[in-house]
Design a protein around this ligand. Structure first.
Ligand code: MSP
Length: 517
């Protein structure tokens, strides 16, 4: 693999980050960290979407200028991603001067090409979706299917983008690239939506919305939301519509995968493709449309007052790093399906899997190595068994799962292997072997577990970077090992560890902590 470019949707900054936003960033970060072990050239872009009527209105309500409002709220997203160890290379904000300039140039180029034209229009506008709706987007009460709100009737002269010109090419592309939309069952949905698409409004009159990027040479209009927001994926890399683009763009575009929520798939698999086609740019290889995270099986929403912030989860459970939360969310749903967060389930799963199965196994094994052999691996302990073949299968399967963006599925395989290692210890009972003074057999059992725990730490690292670091420190295994150089000879015949160096890698979330929530 030569390079890997991955992006997330950019979040509207009219509120604070919640666990739904966090799910997407964690999912993307896990995929990114996995692929960073497979190529040196991996790049991860995330960002904030800062224009539009929603932000204009919220800022007005708070009597604060929209830019200050965005600056304050963008910080909340940055802080949240730091807290969750989201390892992005760049966080783009659509109010960046550079982004705005490039978007204006993109708009101008499309206008000159005749793909953007001015047109008087009357339509139903949903400020939740930040777009005009057609009958298909409405329920029987005339409300937006996604936001359950009546759209506004808007009548204006706007600039329109000739989406219809690209309709056939988009259909063709989706049909001939069955793995473009992940999961593939969503492609059908998009092909249906394509049947009755119309040209789309890409500007708004300043008299109704002024918080946007100005259209060059027309001071009555601002460029509106989707052309501004979608372009972030290329403006961040220094795309230049008028000449030579930056090295970053040449190196990384097209994206390998663009991670977004299922609610904005239409914009990414139809509008975005059409814009790229109009700009004569290559198309992204995959769009990964993840499902939604519900809270205790209910939709999260401000009006229901059940929006949960990642900070509160970490604080409530007194977690000093985000690994358990990352692991839980990343493993919450099969690719593309909805997932759920509940405090109880969170606690039970991470206690059972990260603390009891994985953490304890390492802790017990190292403790026995110290107790019986003073922490020393002797040359005669180094003997491979059939679990090594299974570990190789696990590595291959994990790669295949990630090739298909099956993040939950990969974590389940890794955990399954941890259960097997636990079973191996129970079956071979090294404590009994020690009692019977079968020292070589006892040492061999411990060696197998420790060697294969290096593989587990390596594979789990994208989900749990802090836990994996603690594991690899105790195993004296290099955390920067790549898929090219992972081998089954990490544990050497030497003194591996002393009693003082053994630390639990993940403590059970104590129920008394949970009660504090
Ligand atoms: N600004 C647009 C995206 C523009 S991308 C060029 C937007 N912003 S958003 O803040 O509403 O959503 C950002 C991302 O978070 C979207 O991919 C959305 O699907 C995702 N999620 C928002 N709530 C979510 C859940 N409850 N669960 C999972 N993801 C959800 O849309």
């Amino acid at each position: 693999m030569e390079k890997f470019y991955i992006t997330t949707a950019i979040d509207y900054v009219n509120g604070s980050p919640h666990i739904g936003h966090a799910y997407e960033k964690i999912l993307t970060d896990v995929i990114f960290r996995h692929f960073a072990k497979r190529t040196k050239n991996a790049y991860f872009l995330t960002g904030c979407d800062e224009h539009g009527i929603k932000i204009q209105k919220t800022a007005a309500k708070l009597e604060i200028c929209p830019q200050d409002f965005c600056n304050n709220n963008a910080q909340k997203f940055v802080q949240c991603w730091n807290l969750l160890d989201i390892h992005y290379n760049q966080l783009i904000r659509t109010t960046n001067t550079n982004h705005k300039k490039i978007v204006q140039k993109i708009f101008k180029k499309l206008l000159e090409k005749g793909d953007i034209y001015k047109h008087s229009y009357k339509g139903l506008y949903c400020s939740g979706c930040e777009c005009f709706l057609s009958d298909k987007d409405l329920d029987e009460n005339g409300c937006c299917l996604i936001h359950q709100k009546k759209p506004d009737l808007v009548s204006e002269e706007n600039y329109f983008f000739k989406l219809t010109k690209y309709k056939d090419r988009i259909i063709e592309y989706i049909k001939t690239h069955p793995d473009f939309i992940v999961p593939d069952f969503r492609a059908k949905e998009v092909l249906n939506q394509l049947q009755d698409i119309e040209d789309i409004s890409v500007s708004r009159a300043k008299s109704s919305v002024n918080w946007g990027i100005d259209v060059l040479d027309d001071d009555s209009q601002v460029i509106y939301v989707w052309i501004d927001a979608l372009s972030n994926y290329i403006t961040a890399l220094g795309y230049n519509p008028e000449g030579e683009s930056d090295e970053l763009f040449k190196k990384y575009w097209p994206a390998n995968v663009q991670v977004i929520g299922k609610d904005i798939l239409k914009f990414h698999s139809i509008y975005w493709l059409a814009i790229l086609m109009a700009l004569d740019l290559p198309l992204p290889k995959h769009i990964l449309a993840h499902g939604w995270i519900t809270l205790d099986e209910a939709k999260m929403s401000k009006s229901l007052g059940n929006v949960v912030s990642p900070e509160n989860v970490l604080k409530g459970f007194e977690l000093n790093h985000p690994d358990a939360f990352r692991y839980y969310l990343a493993a919450s749903a099969p690719v593309g399906k909805d997932g759920n967060y509940s405090d109880l389930d969170f606690k039970e799963k991470v206690n059972a899997q990260l603390a009891n199965s994985m953490g304890n196994l390492l802790n017990r094994t190292l403790s026995m190595l110290v107790k019986y052999f003073d922490g020393i691996i002797k040359p005669e302990f180094i003997v491979k068994n059939e679990l090594f073949d299974k570990a190789q299968v696990l590595i291959d399967k994990t790669k295949t799962h990630f090739d298909n963006f099956e993040v939950q599925e990969a974590s389940a395989e890794i955990m399954e292997f941890v259960y097997e290692l636990n079973k191996f210890v129970t079956d071979n009972a090294p404590w009994t072997l020690a009692k019977e003074e079968k020292w070589t057999q006892c040492g061999q059992t411990l060696y197998v577990v420790l060697e294969l725990m290096c593989v587990v730490a390596f594979l789990i690292e994208p989900y749990c970077p802090n836990i994996a670091r603690l594991m690899t420190q105790q195993l004296k295994f290099d955390i920067n090992t790549t898929f090219d150089d992972i081998m089954f000879s990490n544990i050497k015949a030497q003194k591996l560890i002393s009693k003082e160096e053994i630390k639990p890698v993940f403590l059970r979330i104590d129920s008394e902590f949970a009660d504090k929530k």
